[in-house]
Design a protein around this ligand. Structure first.
Ligand SMILES: [Fe+2]
Length: 168
């Protein structure tokens, strides 16, 4: 997700690639908190999404009082991370075109969709109709042939994964 966010920033020349890398790295920090401090609830969400083939957000909406986006944003604010990061964590599933950090949120939102689409299908077929209009516009105007360039960054993604797995 971090490599994809950085790559979208570079290709679209929107926001800073380094900012976007960090945003991609931290966007789901709310899930980490859930898994760490509420493992029973996290396991329930995980088994529900697998049994019912629904998204994490759909499962958490039914089972949790607070979505992982809000939990993550709250933590990021408490850590006094920059407001752009707080907003990107908060809105990475619901792009906010009127937000002060809309361009940053857009990159993280779109990267999340691309990564999830690629994980579901290596041909990376994206449901354009389900995208926020700003993301659709960006994808169609500056990020055409996602499947091609996404495949190009596969090596970089693997290297980043190895780094974090080995570091742990
Ligand atoms: Fe998420």
């Amino acid at each position: 997700m971090a490599v994809t966010s950085k790559s979208i920033s570079l290709r679209s020349r929107i926001n800073s690639p380094d900012n976007c890398f960090v945003g991609g790295l931290l966007h789901d920090v709310g899930k980490v908190i859930l898994a760490q401090y509420f493992p029973h609830l996290f396991a329930q969400v995980w088994s529900t999404l697998q049994e019912e083939c629904c998204s994490f957000q759909e499962a958490e909406k039914r089972l949790l009082p607070t979505p992982h986006t809000l939990l993550g944003a709250h933590l990021a604010a408490k850590w006094q991370l920059p407001q752009g990061l707080v907003d990107a964590i908060r809105w990475h599933h619901e792009h906010q075109s009127q937000a002060a950090n809309a361009d940053f949120i857009l990159i993280i939102y779109l990267a999340n969709i691309i990564v999830n689409s690629f994980n579901a299908d290596p041909d990376c077929i994206i449901d354009l109709g389900a995208l926020h209009p700003d993301a659709r516009k960006l994808l169609m105007s500056r990020l055409e042939n996602v499947g091609d360039w996404y495949a190009d960054i596969a090596g970089e993604i693997e290297a980043a994964q190895s780094f974090f797995l080995e570091a742990g």
